[in-house]
Design a protein around this ligand. Structure first.
Ligand code: FES
Length: 150
């Protein structure tokens, strides 16, 4: 066990955990932030996507010991009132079906638009292709990302 002082959603948070603990479980089990989802646990599905210094990363393969002072943002901290342009576009386009993968999808899309506010269709597809949706909401996801980019 070790103590880690983390910067989560703009706040300082302290956890006592094994240094190898993936951030996914630190967030969900120790910090009461369940919006980040467990899908595969092996960096293949994208359900666990969070931001590390604004970049989309897979928290299931991110040991807490590697985070250091980097700013972590989860879906709970993406916006004040769930009103980030991507979140609004998701609702406008009625993207979610079962909803399980959607927080990861939104975090990936938000990181894309921060880095590239006007992505082409190909850039959207390339960025979002690693986020798997078992309901097959890919068409709506693409529409929502394009709409949020406007
Ligand atoms: Fe992390 Fe699937 S749970 S990528």
């Amino acid at each position: 066990m070790a103590t880690f002082n983390l910067k989560i959603n703009g706040k300082s948070r302290t956890v006592d955990v094994d240094p190898a603990t993936p951030m996914l479980w630190v967030l969900r089990d120790h910090l009461d932030l369940p919006g980040t989802k467990y899908g595969c646990g092996i960096a293949q599905c994208g359900a666990c996507t969070i931001h590390l210094e604004g970049n989309a990363v897979r928290s299931c393969q991110l040991p807490v010991s590697s985070v250091g002072k980097s700013a972590v943002t989860t879906i709970e901290g993406l916006s004040e009132k769930a009103d980030h342009p991507v979140q609004k576009a998701w609702l406008e386009h009625d993207v979610a079906q079962c909803g399980y993968c959607q927080t990861g999808q939104i975090m990936t899309a938000a990181a894309l638009l921060k880095r590239n506010p006007n992505p082409t269709d190909e850039e959207i597809e390339a960025q979002m292709s690693g986020n798997i949706c078992r309901c097959g909401t890919y068409v709506k996801i693409k529409e929502a990302v394009k709409s949020a980019a406007k």
